[in-house]
Design a protein. Structure first.
Length: 81
């Protein structure tokens, strides 16, 4: 699934199993647990397979029932000049 060359450097994208990863979608975030993503072994850029993106979309649109909903703390950071 991974193993191709990174788009941004000479590194190789390698499969890595993550306990949890947050994915942004149109209306918010979805967290997938025990998900395999691709990570460049040189620059660390992350790659998501079409399979993962489909899964995120299915959760976002309600096609896949969620196991639980967690609250995410939000903080507004005001940048001072
Ligand atoms: Zn890279």
């Amino acid at each position: 699934m991974y193993g191709y060359q990174c788009e941004y450097c000479e590194g190789t994208v390698q499969s890595r199993l993550l306990k949890r990863e947050a994915f942004k979608h149109r209306d918010g975030f979805v967290i997938l647990e025990n998900v395999s993503i691709g990570v460049c072994n040189n620059c660390g850029n992350r790659y998501y397979s079409a399979d993962i993106l489909h899964r995120v979309n299915d959760v976002a649109t309600g096609k896949t029932p969620v196991e639980r909903v967690e609250q995410i703390p939000v903080v507004q950071v005001r940048l001072s000049a």
